[in-house]
Design a protein around this ligand. Structure first.
Ligand code: ACO
Length: 375
């Protein structure tokens, strides 16, 4: 929309601006979150990852036959082309796992044999968890881990990540965290995916752009940063001292704050409860729960800023024995379903996303040849 006085100006970071209509999900300041109309707590209590993924991508909860077909479609596409694994290997030990996955998804776009759009999207969804689980191993020169048949999506991803036997409860908790990571309306990476989709680029391009956006510590990278922070604090008694130092240096506390949730993040609340139950069932790890609680209380007392999902997902992953650099890749393995839902919704009612800007730089400058310029 343009007015006679120039383009419509919106707040920095598009805060509080609605950029599209969506039927996929909605988060609200009062701490509510729905996927396709269903409250997140209900889905977390009753639904499987695959049912929720179907819901997010297709728009309704699957009937039995639909669910079976969806699961089979994912399983059938989980095999990753050897050339993609070779590229991941070649990136070397210094490669960041999200960069590795992003490169792999780009490569997949060139080698994938899928011909129709639904097949391409299913292929990216199915392979993302395999790419995530191998995003560190392959560049380190270790052998690939592959999907095992007979396991659900979450248990399969967990076995690829850790190769350890996990209890039924641990696997159930991991699946809940994946459900929470799947979708969150107009978050930065989903918006990025929509921008790319609006140019009618293919879903591989959109997913690799989503990964680029997810990498940053203000978005997906926060779960790793939160865990590193917790391991640095170590002792609940040191929470106050740590926050003093953080704020003195003008730094943010990773895993806290949210553009939408100002009172509480419903996903973080549920994860805190799961963490407590995990610690109780194991009879160990109480230090980690106490530490999280102490930092949360201190932060609330000082700034009234609540923890977000990343803050409580991180200690759960830690107790599950997952290496910290794989936390953001896990986020990607789940969020890809949300990305593909946004891709489709954007393409279905497309309008190129191409905003305007207000130019505030100089005008009327005269060109000066290089030899006459002052440095
Ligand atoms: N630590 C310290 N102060 C904070 C934090 C934090 N984590 N988050 C917000 N604030 C403060 C800001 O400094 C700012 O203070 P000011 O008004 O005195 O300048 C005020 O709260 C508002 O913060 P903004 O950054 O403007 O809020 P915005 O809505 O833009 O940011 C964001 C949301 C980016 C998530 C922010 O809270 C943040 O940087 N958090 C840390 C990173 C993080 O955990 N990201 C994960 C997001 S959730 C997810 O991806 C699943």
């Amino acid at each position: 929309m343009s007015g006679v006085d120039g383009p419509l100006r919106v707040p920095k970071g598009l805060a509080g601006v609605s950029v599209t209509d969506t039927k996929i999900s909605k988060s609200a300041a009062d701490g509510t979150l729905i996927y396709r109309g269903y409250p997140i707590a209900d889905l977390a209590a009753k639904a499987s990852f695959e049912e929720t993924a179907f819901l997010v991508v297709k728009g309704h909860l699957p009937a039995k036959g639909e669910l079976r077909e969806f699961e089979e479609g994912l399983r059938a596409r989980s095999l990753v082309d050897r050339r993609v694994f070779e590229i991941m290997k070649g990136l070397g030990e210094r490669a960041h796992p999200i960069d590795v996955i992003r490169t792999a998804v780009s490569a997949l776009g060139s080698v994938d044999r899928e011909t129709d759009m639904a097949g391409k999207e299913a292929s990216i969804e199915a392979k993302m968890s395999v790419l995530a689980a191998n995003s560190r191993r392959l560049p380190l020169g270790e052998g690939p881990r592959v999907s095992k048949s007979g396991l659900g999506f979450a248990s399969d991803l967990l076995q690829m990540l850790t190769k350890q036997e996990a209890s039924d409860f641990d696997r159930w908790v991991f699946e809940r965290v994946l459900i929470f990571y799947m979708e969150h309306d107009m978050n930065a990476s989903s918006f990025t995916v929509r921008v790319v989709a609006s140019t009618l680029a293919d879903p591989y391009a959109a997913a690799s752009a989503g990964l680029a956006s997810l990498k940053g510590p203000l978005h997906g990278g926060a779960n790793e940063a939160a865990m590193e922070m917790l391991l640095e604090v170590k002792d609940p008694a040191k929470a106050k001292e740590f926050l003093d130092g953080t704020f003195r240096e003008g730094r943010k506390l990773m895993g806290f704050g949210h553009r939408v949730y100002k009172a509480f993040d419903p996903r973080a609340r549920l994860c805190k409860e799961y963490l407590k139950q995990m610690v109780e069932k194991r009879g160990e790890g109480a230090w980690l729960y106490d530490l999280c609680d102490a930092v949360e209380r201190e932060m609330w007392e000082r700034k009234k800023i609540p923890p977000n999902l990343d803050y409580y997902a991180a200690p759960i992953f830690y107790l599950l024995g997952i290496e910290v650099p794989l936390y953001t890749p896990i986020f990607a393995a789940s969020r890809v379903f949300g990305w593909m839902a946004h891709y489709n919704e954007q393409v279905e009612e497309n309008k190129l996303i191409r905003p305007d800007s207000v130019y505030v730089g100089p005008t009327g400058l005269k060109y000066v040849p290089p030899e006459d310029r002052r440095s």
